[in-house]
Design a protein around this ligand. Structure first.
Ligand code: C5P
Length: 231
C-alpha cells in the first residue's frame, strides 16, 4: 500500500517575469515550493516525494522540507515531461511497477485534502486526474492575415481543464512517458502521455481554487485562498 508523489519543480517561470524561479517566490512569506511540499506531507498514506529540480537550483537546500526523510530531490530536464521522467527513473529503483504515483505541480500549493481523497478513492480508476469543467466557452484558433481568428467553437459541455495531481501506476506511467518523449509528442501533462497509448484517464471533478500559480496576479489569489482556508 501507499503511493508516491512526483513534484516537477525545475521550471524557470518565464511568464512570471520575476528575479527568481516562480517555485521560490514568497507566498504568505514562504517560498511557493515549501508551501506545496508541506501540504503534500499532510496527505495520509504518503510513501515519499520525488522533487525534480533544475540543475542550477541553489534555493532548495534552504527550504525546511529539504531535510524531511520523505523528500527526495533529483535533477529534472528541459521540459516538464523530462523532469517527470527523471523522477520516475529514480522511483523505478525504489518502488514496484504497480505503485500508485501522483504527479503534482510545484505551482499548485492550494490543492485541498478532499480533492486528494477523491482522487485516491477506491471508486476511482487507478488512471485518473483532477480536472475542472470549463466555465468559459473555448475557441480553437487559426490564423488569417497574421491575426488569430476563431476556427471553431468547442462544445463547452465536453471541455474540462486539467489540474494536478494526476495518478497512474508507476510502470505504466514510466513507459508511456518514455515512449511518448521518444516520439517527440507534445506532452504537457501525464494524461496526454497515457492517451497516446490508448488509455482514457478518468476525470475527477476538482475544486476551482486548485489554481496553478503562473502569472503575477495568481500570487495574490493563491495567498487569499490559503488565508481563507487556514484562517
Ligand atoms: O510552466 P508550467 O506552469 O506548466 O510548469 C508546471 C510545473 O512544471 C511547474 O511546477 C514547473 O516548475 C515544472 N517544470 C519542470 N521542469 C521543466 C519545466 C517546468 O519541472 N523543465
Amino acid at each position: 500500500s501507499g503511493y508516491w508523489v512526483v513534484v516537477p519543480a525545475a521550471g524557470v517561470g518565464k511568464r512570471m517575469g520575476a528575479d527568481r524561479p516562480k517555485q521560490y517566490l514568497p507566498l504568505l512569506g514562504r517560498p511557493l515550493l515549501s508551501l506545496t511540499l508541506s501540504n503534500i506531507l499532510t496527505w495520509p498514506g504518503l510513501s515519499g516525494i520525488v522533487v525534480a529540480l533544475s540543475a542550477d537550483d541553489v534555493h532548495f537546500p534552504h527550504l525546511p522540507e529539504a531535510k524531511h526523510p520523505l523528500v527526495h530531490p533529483i535533477t529534472g530536464g528541459a521540459e516538464r515531461a523530462d523532469s517527470v521522467l527523471a523522477a520516475l527513473n529514480f522511483l523505478a529503483t525504489h518502488a514496484s511497477e504497480d505503485t500508485p504515483v501522483l504527479v503534482h505541480d510545484a505551482a499548485r500549493p492550494c490543492v485541498a485534502l478532499d480533492d486528494i481523497s477523491a482522487l485516491l478513492s477506491e471508486d476511482v480508476s487507478p488512471i485518473a486526474l483532477l480536472a475542472q469543467p470549463a466555465s468559459d466557452t473555448v475557441k480553437l484558433s487559426g490564423v488569417e492575415q497574421g491575426c488569430a481568428v476563431v476556427e471553431k467553437t468547442l462544445d463547452r459541455n465536453r471541455i474540462w481543464l486539467a489540474q494536478t495531481p494526476q495518478r497512474a501506476p508507476l510502470g505504466l506511467l514510466h513507459s508511456c512517458l518514455r515512449r511518448g518523449l521518444e516520439q517527440h509528442a507534445a506532452i504537457t501533462d501525464e494524461s496526454s502521455a497515457l492517451e497516446l497509448f490508448g488509455h482514457s484517464p478518468q476525470l475527477v471533478p476538482g475544486r476551482r481554487d486548485n489554481i496553478k500559480v503562473t502569472h503575477p496576479a495568481d500570487i495574490v489569489l493563491a495567498e487569499t485562498i490559503l488565508r481563507l482556508r487556514y484562517a
